[in-house]
Design a protein around this ligand. Structure first.
Ligand code: TYC
Length: 108
């Protein structure tokens, strides 16, 4: 049959499994929470390092969180979002800061 791919049903996939396989994955936003103790420069450094933000953007996001209480740092697949949350919490704990960060499904 030349180089054509087998139809999904020929390799044992049910229509709903095909549907699931081609759907884009659910996305999660990583949200940074404000607190009264974590130094601003530390938050900026975390945003630069973990979320690869340029300095000016990191300052802007930090100030936004400082003023509004929370802010989205980025949107990722679940595993990547959870890894970024763990990295932020580890950096915060290693430096004795109470900085908090959570991942939540987009659209909640
Ligand atoms: N509110 C902190 C301060 O005044 C700064 C801060 C910003 C802390 C953002 C956490 O996610 C945060 N030092």
């Amino acid at each position: 049959m030349g180089s054509r791919l087998a139809p999904a049903e020929d390799i044992g996939l049910l229509p709903e499994e095909v549907e699931e396989a081609v759907k884009p994955p659910p996305m999660y936003q990583v949200v940074l929470l404000n607190d009264d103790f974590t130094p601003m420069e530390f938050v900026v450094a975390v945003l630069e390092r973990v979320f690869r933000m340029p300095h000016a953007r990191a300052v802007q996001v930090m100030l936004d969180v400082h003023q509004k209480g929370r802010g989205v740092c980025g949107v990722y697949t679940r595993e990547v979002a959870e890894t970024k949350v763990s990295l932020v919490l580890e950096l915060a704990r290693d430096n004795d800061h109470p900085l908090l960060c959570v991942a939540e499904p987009v659209g909640e």
